[in-house]
Ligand binder design. Sequence first.
Ligand SMILES: *[C@@H]1O[C@H](CO)[C@@H](O)[C@H](O)[C@H]1NC(C)=O
Ligand SMILES: *[C@@H]1O[C@H](CO)[C@@H](O)[C@H](O)[C@H]1NC(C)=O
Ligand SMILES: *[C@@H]1O[C@H](CO)[C@@H](O)[C@H](O)[C@H]1NC(C)=O
Ligand SMILES: *[C@@H]1O[C@H](CO)[C@@H](O)[C@H](O)[C@H]1NC(C)=O
Ligand SMILES: *[C@@H]1O[C@H](CO)[C@@H](O)[C@H](O)[C@H]1NC(C)=O
Length: 336
Amino acid sequence: MLGIVHKLVSVLVFGTPTALQTTSGDIYGGKTLAGITNFTVVPGIFIQDDPSFNSSGYDLLQDSFGLIDKSPNRWKNLEAHVTQLNKEADAHTTYKLIYIARHGEGFHNLAQSIYGTPAWDCRWSLLTTDGNITWGPDALLDSTGISQAEAVNRAWKEQIKDGVPLPQTLYSSPLRRSASTLNITWHDILLNRGHVPRIKENFRESIGLHTCDQRSNISVIRKTYPGWQIDPSFPFHDPLWDPTYQETDTLIGRRVRQELENLFAEDPSTFLSITCHSGTISGFFLAIGHRMIGVQTGGFVPVLVKATNCPTATMQPISGGQSATAPACTADSTSL
Ligand SMILES: *[C@@H]1O[C@H](CO)[C@@H](O)[C@H](O)[C@H]1NC(C)=O
Ligand SMILES: *[C@@H]1O[C@H](CO)[C@@H](O)[C@H](O)[C@H]1NC(C)=O
Ligand SMILES: *[C@@H]1O[C@H](CO)[C@@H](O)[C@H](O)[C@H]1NC(C)=O
Ligand SMILES: *[C@@H]1O[C@H](CO)[C@@H](O)[C@H](O)[C@H]1NC(C)=O
Ligand SMILES: *[C@@H]1O[C@H](CO)[C@@H](O)[C@H](O)[C@H]1NC(C)=O
């Protein structure tokens, strides 16, 4: 079935410009590609991709999202470049520019900053509240997190003046701190024009142990984000969260790579955004071979990704990394 879809789309991509504007292709020459065997980062576009770049203290919201080209035409140049890459790509190759975003600060981040990471990991993250702050299940944005998302919204509006290519599809983790960040970021830019965000289970945070990462049931999600698209296969209750075990970084990397393969097989969009979590973003970097960089709450990183399903392509598998249990508390971490 996917093979047939792939063939149809390939025909459209090499067809006339009118054919490109059908729902199967996209206006930037993007296409769907099933059975991806290799993802790589296209270097030389964003400064944060450069292995020698020191991102400590760097705020890409204030620097055209890290785009190296600083000319007034920078976004039009980028759009033309990506379109050309897609139009010249063979039937086995496609390019997508992915804006991967981290949610704004949530009550769990606040609690972690109050108690410190050792005490958070061994004790507080396993509970839902300290009697004052509640972070589980499914932590909400706190007021700092809302302000951070509003700042991201303003930063997009600044770049829109210079023609930044907007995401054609908006993806979200099912956790409320991410979905609400997506909403605040895009409500008066894209959601008001009929864009419907797609919620994907596999873009959620590291699964297990921390109650902040246990998701709400479907009826809460539907009520909070009316009309948003939820996969029909999504179980009503969270079937994945476990109070004893947590996914490791490598397990998240594998899960995110799998979801990216699904996304590339289904979505011909060239520009898209994913609003998710620090663990998901590290998994994304692992999945596509991007260097690891820290992304602050309310931050995001654009990455130009090349994908191929060429039969001879291979990619380093992500292996190892069994699920982990919570660290034991030491005298130090329980002192609070
Ligand atoms: C990156 O910059 C920070 C502060 O500007 C500095 O403390 C740190 O040593 C730098 N790291 C490297 C690897 O140069
Ligand atoms: C309760 O939490 C808030 C942050 O939400 C903090 O400002 C306040 O100091 C806390 N109160 C107590 C009694 O710990
Ligand atoms: C879904 O979750 C909400 C909030 O926890 C709860 O009030 C509601 O009863 C749940 N629905 C079902 C059918 O379990
Ligand atoms: C989205 O954000 C806007 C602006 O903050 C708010 O008015 C609206 O209620 C939010 N909608 C959802 C579904 O969260
Ligand atoms: C695929 O990915 C790896 C990184 O795992 C890279 O070194 C390799 O050159 C890529 N390309 C192909 C066509 O396999």
